[in-house]
Every structure is written in structure tokens, then in C-alpha cells.
Design a protein around this ligand. Sequence first.
Ligand code: ARG
Length: 564
Amino acid sequence: MEAITLAIQSVIQQLFNIDQAVQLNRPDPQFGDFATNVVMQLAKPLGKNPREIAEQLAEKLRETDNFSEVTIAGPGFINLRLSARSIAKNLDQLWTDKYGENHDGAEKTVIVEYPSQNIAKPYSIGHLRPGNQGWAVKRLMEATGWNVITDNHLGDYGAPFGVWVVGFLKYSSSEQLDNGGVYELGRVYIETKKALRDEQERGESQMAGEVQDWLLKFEAGDEEAVKYSKRFNEISLGHIHEIMDRLKITTDYELGEAFYAPKGKAIVKNLLSRGIATQNPDGSVIVKLEEYGFDVPLLVQKSNGAALYATTDLATMLYRESTWHPDRVIYAVGSEQQFYFTQLFAMAKKIGIQTELVHLWFGLIDQINENGTREKMSSRKGVVLMEELLNQAEEKAREVVNGRDVSDEDVKKIALGAVKFSDFMADRRTNILFNWDSIFALSGFSGPYIQYAAVRVNKILRDNKSPQVDIFEYDFESEKSVLLKLSEYPEVIRLSARDLEPHKIATYLYELAREMNRYYESTPIATGDVTDVQKQARLGMISRVKHVFEHGLNLLGIEVPGSM
Ligand code: ARG
């Protein structure tokens, strides 16, 4: 649309010798594709009657080949209907194999952190959104010219290790661990945590003491402790990687809390000596944030000297600063941690970090339970495991393509498409209502609906060769709404990246898919009543639709199946 604004500005320049910015808005389609009230803004500087300016401007605009209709409405409005051919030509000029992308990021560096699972338990649905949103934002940053570094900030420090060893010795065995892998670790962790709570209620602390002992042993490099830690981590990380492979997400780094904890303690010392942090009588250390509007300080060290979540985050921020000098850091973490991150970012200011820090937060995943009420999604056993969710999604995908010749690989793409797209159906800040039927709805706002539209486009292109003719002999009137949609794509990426709102891409792709369905209904593409010029023009446009479907879905981490 920039081309249109520029065309109008240049006509104004020619006529009145004024450099006037032009705003376009979308009127009711019966009046035109765009409208502008620039005439009102010109009336004053020109000292002329708006009607007169409007007439002069409209006449000149009609002479350009951009518009099929230019009308004056009221005293100062001009309605414009674009000529389809000019949209097609404009698109042709803008077209590159990276159509849609831009350089807004100007080679600046951004670190995107996701999905940052906790290693004590199996990968659960709780880390679905961090992965999906984080990945989409990474792709959006790449598509807008940022230099992107990704990091999985694993929750691998502290209590889990001690809990595991104590629990393993009490409730498990090497054999059980070999058979159950991460699920056995998860079971042991939950059982031990419960035993620890019970113990605390009884006012005892023996097990809790053992947990601390193992932690201390580990920190001191005790051989047996290191051996356990290695084994548990291997099992847990192996599982995390397996699921991330299935989700088709990766990160460049995997620097978890354990990596930062020792660094954090040294930093706390330093902050104390500089008077930025304050030590309480019990030995714990806080950073006061009153000057940033927080009554509650941030606790950065326990009274026994142990590092906390905030200690590791403090170290993480400083390490990233000195290692990568990022211009921006994005944390893809759920809405539950909003307060924590506002505190953390205030502390960052206090210690002199100037980098733009963004908490990319999102709502929870809900379900409707058996009583018909909405609640946080869970399974009979408690949390929904990611592995089970993906298995179930693949079953559903198989039902969807039932009877058709669709490869296993494509079934997986459809399953993943449905699950991931559900993350982008609304603004990320709203809670998702997870519903198996709607995420697979082939006739609604769903991943598979858009994948299907893309598969159809690909099939048309596979089945037809286009003849060599001059497509601009054609008027493109039947293609106009699809062409207009295609023209919007770069702006959709720009806004989606600016606001870190991948759902805007999802909405756009849905609109494009719907536009395509309308188009098929009214227009024969390659067979039936078509001339060579029409055929090539239409196939040419469709190959651009293919690009936008694939590109847009790719930004959301979704692939197009070969068939479905
Ligand atoms: N492991 C944490 C969780 O699952 C998320 C970590 C977020 N990142 C951070 N730098 N604090 O809740």
C-alpha cells in the first residue's frame, strides 16, 4: 500500500508543490478499496476550498494507471478503487524469494529464550506455549533482519537433584530407572516431594536434611553425587531433546540455571560490596526496588547462602551482556511469572543494564471439564504430558485423513500443525481453550484448514505447466481480492514482529485461505474456459500464494504436508 500512498503524494507534489503525508483508510467496500481525507489537510495551507482541491486531485489521480475509479465523497473525502492490474504489477515489482521480510531489525542482536523446561519432571503441556511462542518470535525476528541467538534456560538447578537422589535411594532402583526413564524420575520426584511435605507437617526434617546433604556433596564435587547427577541429567535431557525434535524446535544454546548458579553467588557478593544489594540479619540478601515502585524487594540469596531463581537470572543477564552484547532479550515465559519479571527487569536497571528486556508472556491452556466448567487443562493423572498430547494429536490427524493416501510424515505434520496453530488463534495474552475438535476443524480457523489450502495450491501447481505469455495483457479483475491480500503480507509481518504477536500471522493466513476458497468457486484456473494468458496469470499468482502460505506457516513453526 506504500506504493499507493507514494503515488498520491507525488500527484500532490506535482499539483500543489506541497510535501504532504497521506493516510489511507479502508471504507465500506461499496465505495472503494481505500479512502483519504488528505484534501482537508491541504485546504488550510493552500487557502482553497476543499471541494476544488478534491476535484483537481481526483482528476490527476484518474490519469495515473493505479485506479479504476476515483470518486469524491462529501466535501473532502476521496474514495479510490485500485485497478487489479496495478495491484498485480505492484506485487510483481516487490516480489523476491523473501517476499514479506524486511530489515527493521537492522542487524541488531536479539536473544530469544524458550522453552526453558524444568528437568525434574517429564515434559508437560506447561511448556507448550513457551516453545511455540518463543519459536514463532525467533522466526519473526529473523524475518525482520535481526541477528537471533536462542537459548534454552533449563530449570536444572537446586532441589531437584537432591530430591532425586534421596527419592531414588528410597523408592526406586537402577532397574526401574532403566525401564521407566524420565517417567520414573518424574514419579520419584513427585513421591519424594510429597514425603518431604508430610515430614515437614510432622515437624521433622530428616529427609530434608538428606536432600541438602546431597546438594552440598554435589557442589563439593563428590564422586558419587556427580555420578548420580550425570545419570539423571542424561535421562532428563535425552527426553527433552526427543520431544523438542518432535515439536521441531531447537535452540543454539542450553545454558540452564545450574550453569549460572555459581556465577550468581559471586555477583551477589559484588553487589553487596557496591551497596546495591543489602544483607539481612539472617544472612539472606535482597535488592531493594522501591525507587522502581516495588514495595517488595527481590531476594537474591537465601540465608544459608544458596542461590535462588533470581540469583541465576541475575547472572544470566550479566553473562548475556558480556558474551553477546544483545540489543534485546526476549523471555518466553507464561503469565504466572509476570510480577517476577517486572521485578527482575527493575533490578536490571538498578545494576545498569540498558538492554531492552521483554517478557513475552501468554495465558494458560484451559479445557472444559466433565461438569462443563472451564479450568486449567489436566489429565486424569494430573498434568498433561507432552508425549501423550502429541501421540493423541497424531491419532486425531489420522482420523482426519482417514482412508486417504497420506504418509506417516504428513500425518505428523498435520498433528503438529493443529496443536501449534491453537497457540496462535488469539492474542497470546488470552487463555487458550483447548478443544480437540476445533483444532482439527477442516472447515474452520485451524492449522489443518490452512495446511489444506496450501496443499491444494501446491497440487494445482504440480499438475499444471504454465505457457509463456505476457501476463500483463490480462486485467486480473477476478484475482483482485487475492492480490490485495497478498499485498498486505509484508505489513502483517512488520506489525506482528513489532508487537511480538504471531497470532496476526495466523489470522492473516486464515483470511488468505478463505479468499482462495472464494476464488476457486468463481474462477477456473487451469482447466475449462481459460485462455493461455489467463492460465499463466492465474498460475503465476497461485505460486505467490504458495510462497505466502509456506512462509507464513513456517514463521509459526508449521509445515505444509505433501498431501492430506
Ligand atoms: N524454568 C522456568 C519455568 O519453567 C522458566 C525459566 C524462565 N526463564 C528465566 N530466565 N527465568 O517456570
